[in-house]
Write a protein that binds this ligand. Sequence first.
Ligand SMILES: [Zn+2]
Length: 421
Amino acid sequence: MRRRYLPVGVFGAVLVTALIAWRAASARLVQDIPVAEPIVVTKAFTSRTDRLRRNETLTHMFARHNVDGVELLQLVAAARPHGLDPRRVTTTQRFTFRYVIGEEIPNQVRTRIDDDAFLQLDRDTLGEWTGELDTIEWEVVRERVSGVIGSSLNDAIHAAIPDSILPYGQRDRLIWNVAEDVYGWVIDFYRDLRPGDGFYLLYERLTSSAGDVRYGRLLAASIETIGRANTAYVVSDDANRNVYYDAEGRSLRRAFLRYPVQFRRISGGFGRRFHPILQRYRAHLGTDYAADPGTPIFATADGVVSRAGRWGGYGTVVTIDHPKAVETRYAHMVRVTRGIRPGVRVTQGQIIGYVGMTGLATGYHVHYEFLKNGRQVDSRSVDMGDGEPVSDDMRPLFEVTRAAYDRLLAEPSHRGVVAGS
Ligand SMILES: [Zn+2]
């Protein structure tokens, strides 16, 4: 692996005074030998890290480093094509200013521009600034983790992977990748899992030359639900999308997602219940998914928007018509996504609005309804059928992939690096 170090706090130059002194002494002793003029490297650097303080703009911060006026304009012009937008710099973005010792204006500025690169700005001796990207190298390592589910898959994964392997936020990405992108169509993680069920996951972990750790993607998994192993294997399709198949090579994808939001818990199931606002028993014709205010709500399937706006007790609601006389409703939104209005075509997973508590709601949640031929049914009991089988072209690749991942999943170690690339 190639490593690139950022020169934070690195003193870049070498002093060769001792060598020069020795050469001078030799010259005096042996006068016949011509001595070339020595190249004296005396530049040494110092670095200072800075960031925007509250209510500051880049102008303020750069002024602290004696870069202002026309020079700052030129620096920004050199930085802009590489993705630095001065209006979008936040107080968390670090800038490293490198100075030649004894000079007041830095001759280099570096900042992290995104996951994959640093922006490096260099000032030449004429005071001209140029910018270039310094790409961060990511190394992919495959990791295997296994465990037993206690209260939830969420808690089990957090417990099974230490911070040193994946930090909390990256574990969350893994969890939602598993729960939504991979098994979102076939497992209801609230209802189908039981304490004692086991799981295996094989995933990619990325480490960067800048010292970051990131979750990559799920390669293969096996999650037990009520004594049944639900396996998943990734195969990348022609468009480089990750498609997941079960052990028989049937896609895990279905026409409808199991739920419309990354919820914290199900706060109300389908059926008869006491209504907290109306203070009487009545049928509850949907499922309530509690989530933080503002959490994105997505369409559970492809379809056409039939309603978007206020509608009685639903509050702000979006309804979508799907093929085969199915309709879905997403109620109590704080607002509808811009552009979502009747007649607009939406695709599965597209964000249509955000969690609120408008209409007859006592807490932040999505009230989700699934209607078949105009009648509400329990979305969590609808049979979604089998997935599409892997295509004949892809079948050989699938077979090889499955065999390789089965070997890795069967490794005896509880957790560890199983392969590198
Ligand atoms: Zn409800």
